[in-house]
Unconditional design. Structure first.
Length: 1146
């Protein structure tokens, strides 16, 4: 007889149903007698979410507003919505599941521990890319309590790799080995598993496994992946492109010919992690009949069961998957993972239950990441702001594998398909690249694909407004699809069935008091404060059916969802759907839907977590499917169960069904209580009436919720921190099953969107090493960063199905990232946006471009920090005083705007002060090398006609007169501020005129690539009058200190002595400096972290000698002073890039 593994907390009735359902392989699975109804053919999805930060007390409670219905293109117009009947739909019912969650009686994966359970530890790759030559497991096998150690060789022939089945033309998604075979492709990839009697012994055993890996250069960025001669992440993926998509719609060429202007922009969304409160966890146990049961924290139990069946080559009926209580999903648990396959295989191999629960660091390394996208766009625009055509290029960094069930297509196609958003754009062309890299694979995450699409089209709206001097709200109004155009087929063939996008904008701005906010912004700017207002308008797609997934070629996703509703022996209605609850309140909303269909109280409906042995096949919880596909199937099943109950009651009471009704737990006849309760009906059912109904629903098309978010921020010039002062959402997600649940989703989604805009980034080094593996490095919003959210609902019922719902799980995130980014861009007048706009990055943007302003900025923030080391320390506050004194000196000598002032001084603090003082007066500095002879000086005088030349000989005389007050400087960033001598081929210097903007852009790239910060002390080993030395002056902008070499001869002894005395961290010079120091017996000071050289090629053998003897990275840079071009290799770049190339253009 078949047996079911009963887990702690399992309902014995569920286990009994699972046992009854199991038959031998190859036979049809069946459950208790029921009516199976399949409505329409088969759907797709994106992610439903759990709120990480709960803000119930700060949500405004709005009144519901109803707008017109509209209809889906080519679909039957539906006019019936159950909410109109009254009853449980639309009620603010308290969440029914919260009681057991708050009391701690819920059963998450880590709460389950079957008798005799063994624990699994996993050995993961410590490097991003390498050849795996072997694993020595002997030490681990001998460890205390260790039962087994498994490698890929053990799985060979008994466990297939995890495959993604795609029929998308041109898409490639290589199979993913469960355990690495001969290659590792990202930090965190599984290589071996140790099984022991405790979790800690399993972890100890993993530490004893020795791996032999030869590193291979890692592919980390888009640029790495598509570079010429780049190594392949997979041999089967040519040019490291999983997918290259190109589509053109409408007459784009005509649009660009007819337009009045072209608006271009670029947005970058970083790689992020969903970071749910609960990580992943898997328990697997053999069932005694050749099958396996798996309890896993997942959003897609049926798709996990499909994959286990395929990989273990089991009949699908032999695999049971149960979704445990899930402590947050957000999409990261909407994929199939190798750990789920491996645990099922180990349990069957060892004939014992096994368990694995991931650590936070494992989650950050190996659970799917998301986003990591760059979008460049160009729009043809009329002078009234109307967009005539749009062109976009989209790069998506997919990582080391396409992840099942989506493959590498989610972000690339999702962003490309919805980048026109709620706007009536009729000509559009895109190129979308899905790039293979040595990063953790990417998967679904709240608002997948759509977050970046909205960020791009909302930046476009603001850029158009800035170019034309229009209000950003008006630009949106002129481009919106109008309510009168509904139903509307977008240029990318998305069928928007209903909605009024302008109404959402108007509603949000009315609550926001937009006009007053703009006036407040102007007043604040007049006081020097940085206020910004951001708008994020969007339309999303949710709850798609089989046709959507089939159209995308995602063959592992059925697109349907099934609900089973039955009357249990206790007279209570029970419900299971294929969309498990993941913390979003769906137990409550499903109960309300079922109650509305049957006529019972929602509190009496028992909603069970998904068990593939109990409920028919379906897709799962993502793409806001719960309130669309699952709720529709539940409602239809409930209606059929009501009919079945009344039929059974009619038989029992000998009354026609027309006279019967259900009220709570009783059956009524003509509105009066009959002597029959639902419990009696279930108990006495003689089998002639089916009181168990399943319905599978396939949405004929997606649903399209929409919203406008409005955000007010203030940016602190000093710290770069952005504070959200006001946040308003006006959203339309169709009929609201439970407004309180919807508002919780909105608030949680907004908080995650704020995190992506301001702080979240999964960072990798150039070698593919994860740099943000804990919450010390990966920041997510806490309650302190979560804004108060004011929510207004518009209700335009969906015409796709009778409930009229559209889905509410993702919109908060989709709109928030764009709204917050736009607000900060508005405050800082940014063009392109690269997220996250964290305080350190914003502080860089708020720092002024001209040297004098940033000196004042540092002197105000850090007056006592060292600015110059010159045989002693000169603080920023004192340096500012010296600069102002020099300005008075120059003014007393008649120097005025446009004059040329020559400076011929050694590397001394006075030289630094003059480099700052002269341009601030509007004059032009002419640095003169100390080595110039009389003939060269005469030639330079004729060419440049300096008003004054400052030398060591006349410096003291000049400083005697400081009586004059300098005139204000011209703030024009394109003004010439320096005449630089670059190179000469005829014995005479070559002169180049440099503007303030050119110097800033060029030299900022130098400081950024060398990773210069306020903690650095930079030692130029060449004269400040030369390009290399002068470039170091811009390190002051980053807050670093400059170290002066006073001696005119750059001896290695003197360089090393000054480096030691000043505690220099960075030395900048020419290769000759390095060669001479290598021949000197004294090594550099321990404070040194980097050396950069230019002026001549860096011989690789010299670089290798330097690094092996000093352990200090050395890198090269090269540039053209005339063109303002500079390429710099960073100290953190791989050795070949630092030594044998000239770096990367900044």
């Amino acid at each position: 007889m078949a047996t079911a593994c009963l887990m702690p907390g399992d309902d014995p009735a569920n286990a009994a149903r699972a046992t009854a359902a199991r038959t031998r392989k190859g036979k049809t699975r069946n459950t208790v007698k029921r009516a199976d109804i399949h409505t329409s053919p088969q759907p797709m999805g994106d992610s439903v979410a759990l709120i990480r930060t709960n803000s119930w007390d700060r949500v405004s409670i709005p009144q519901l507003r109803y707008s017109g219905t509209g209809g889906a293109a080519g679909a039957e117009r539906l006019t019936f919505h159950p909410m109109a009947e009254g009853g449980p739909l639309g009620m603010r019912l308290r969440r029914l599941e919260d009681g057991r969650l708050l009391r701690g009686t819920a059963k998450f994966a880590d709460d389950l521990e079957p008798d005799g359970c063994l624990h699994v530890g996993l050995l993961r790759s410590p490097i991003a890319s390498g050849r795996l030559h072997g694993l020595d497991v002997s030490g681990a096998q001998a460890g205390p309590g260790v039962r087994a150690v498994f490698t890929a060789a053990d799985l060979d022939g008994t466990c297939l790799p995890l495959a993604v089945h795609l029929s998308t033309p041109g898409a490639v998604s290589p199979e993913r080995p469960i355990l690495a075979i001969d290659r590792v492709r990202f930090v965190g990839e599984m290589m071996a598993a140790a099984v022991a009697d405790t979790r800690y012994r399993a972890a100890d055993a993993v530490e004893l496994i020795q791996a032999e890996i030869d590193p291979i250069p890692a592919i980390v960025t888009f640029e790495d992946a598509v570079a010429e001669n780049a190594p392949f992440v997979h041999e089967a993926v040519a040019e490291n492109l999983y997918f290259l998509g190109h589509r053109a719609y409408g007459n784009l060429e005509d649009a660009f010919e007819r337009c009045d202007l072209v608006v271009e922009g670029e947005v970058t969304h970083p790689r992020v992690s969903a970071a749910p409160l609960e990580g992943r966890g898997v328990i697997a146990a053999p069932d005694g009949e050749g099958g396996v049961g798996v309890w896993t924290s997942t959003q897609i139990p049926h798709l996990v069961a499909d994959a286990i069946s395929e990989c273990l080559q089991l009949d699908r009926a032999a695999v049971r998957v149960v979704a445990t209580d899930v402590g947050g999903g957000f999409g990261v648990k909407a994929q199939v993972y190798p750990e789920e396959i491996l645990l099922a295989w180990i349990s069957m191999r060892m004939n014992a239950p096994v368990k694995w629960v991931e650590t936070r660091s494992e989650h950050m390394r190996a659970a799917s990441h998301a986003r990591d996208q760059n979008v460049k766009f160009s729009a043809a625009v009329r002078k009234d702001g109307r967009v005539l055509g749009l062109r976009a290029t989209i790069f998506s960094n997919i990582g080391a594998y396409g992840i099942r069930p989506f493959g590498p297509l989610l972000d690339p196609l999702g962003t490309a398909g919805l980048i026109t958003g709620p706007y009536d754009i009729r000509a559009y062309e895109y190129d979308t690249y899905a790039v293979a890299t040595n990063k953790c694979p990417e998967g679904a995450y709240r608002g997948v694909g759509m977050v970046t699409a909205v960020l791009a089209h909302e930046r476009l709206m603001d850029l158009i407004a800035a170019r034309l001097g229009l209000d950003p709200a008006d630009v949106r109004r002129v481009n919106f699809v109008q309510a009168s155009q509904m139903p509307y087929l977008s240029v990318t063939r998305h069928p928007y069935d209903s909605g009024d996008y302008a109404a959402a904008l108007d509603s949000a701005l009315q609550v926001f008091d937009y006009g007053a906010a703009r006036k407040e912004q102007a007043r604040g700017r007049s006081e020097g404060r940085l206020f910004g207002i951001g708008i994020g308008s969007y339309v999303e797609y949710t709850g798609a059916g089989s046709s959507t997934f089939q159209g995308r070629g995602m063959d592992d996703i059925p697109g349907t969802d099934t609900s089973r509703v039955w009357l249990a022996a206790d007279g209570r209605v029970h419900l299971q759907t294929t969309c498990p609850a993941i913390g979003q309140g769906s137990h409550t909303t499903f109960a309300q839907v079922a109650a509305a269909g049957i006529g019972v109280a929602a509190e009496s409906v028992v909603v069970e977590q998904t068990d593939t042995a109990t409920v028919g096949h379906g897709t799962g919880s993502f793409m806001s499917r719960g309130s669309v596909t699952a709720a529709t199937s539940a409602y239809r099943a409930a209606k059929l169960l009501r009919e079945a109950i009344l039929d059974a009651a009619s038989y029992r009471l000998d009354q026609p069904t027309e006279r019967l009704s259900i009220d709570g737990a009783a059956v009524l006849v003509d509105g009066e209580p009959a002597d029959l309760t639902l419990a009696q009906l279930a108990e006495r059912n003689d089998g002639q009436h089916v009181l168990d109904v399943s319905v599978t629903y396939d949405a004929p098309q997606a649903s399209y919720p929409y919203a406008t978010h409005a955000c007010l921020v203030e940016v602190d010039r000093e710290t770069g921190a952005a504070k959200i002062l006001r946040y308003v959402v006006a959203e339309d997600c169709g009929v609201l099953i439970n407004p309180s649940v919807v508002e919780g989703q909105v608030v949680g989604g907004v908080t995650q969107g704020v995190g992506a805009a301001l702080m979240e980034e999964v960072a990798y080094g150039p070698d593919g090493q994860l740099l943000s593996g804990t919450f010390l490095d990966y920041l997510i919003p806490t309650a302190g960063e979560a804004p108060s959210v004011e929510i207004t609902h518009l209700v335009t019922p969906s015409t796709v199905h009778e409930l009229g719902t559209k889905g509410a799980g993702e919109g908060g995130t989709i709109g928030a990232t764009a709204a917050v980014a736009n607000a900060i861009a508005d405050a800082l007048s940014l063009n392109d946006v690269s997220l996250p706009l964290s305080p350190d990055r914003v502080a860089q943007l708020t720092r002024p471009y001209d040297p004098m302003s940033y000196l004042e900025w540092h002197a105000r923030r850090r007056p006592h920090a060292t600015a110059v080391w010159d045989e002693g320390e000169i603080e920023f506050g004192l340096l500012l005083e010296h600069v102002r004194r020099f300005q008075r000196v120059l003014a007393a000598r008649g120097v005025k705007a446009g004059d040329v002032v020559g400076v011929q001084l050694p590397n001394v603090w006075q030289h630094v002060a003059l480099e700052l003082a002269i341009p601030d007066l509007g004059a032009v500095i002419l640095p003169l090398p100390m080595s110039l002879g009389e003939h060269e000086m005469r030639w330079l005088g004729e060419k440049t006609r300096p008003a004054l030349i400052v030398t060591g000989a006349n410096l003291e005389d000049l400083l005697r007169d400081v009586s004059a007050q300098p005139a204000s400087a011209d703030p024009d960033p394109d003004r010439i501020v320096e005449i630089a001598m670059t190179s000469g081929t005829t014995g005479m210097p070559k002169l180049a005129s440099l503007s303030a903007r050119l110097k800033q852009v060029t030299f900022e790239g130098f400081t950024r690539r060398l990773e210069i910060t306020e903690k650095d002390r930079v030692l130029p080993m060449t004269p400040l009058t030369q390009g290399i030395g002068g470039m170091c002056l811009y390190c002051l902008r980053a807050g670093a200190a400059l170290v002066m070499l006073r001696e005119p001869h750059w001896t290695p002894e003197h360089c090393l002595d000054v480096a030691a005395a000043s505690r220099a961290t960075v030395m900048v010079g020419v290769p000759t400096n390095v060669i001479r120091m290598l021949n000197h017996p004294v090594h550099p000071t321990a404070s040194l972290r980097a050396v950069a050289v230019a002026g001549a090629p860096l011989p690789p053998e010299i670089a290798e000698r330097w690094e092996s003897s000093t352990l200090v990275p050395i890198s090269s840079f090269y540039g053209s002073m005339d063109a303002g071009q500079l390429a710099v290799a960073s100290p953190s770049d791989p050795q070949p890039l630092r030594w044998t190339t000239v770096g990367r253009p900044h």
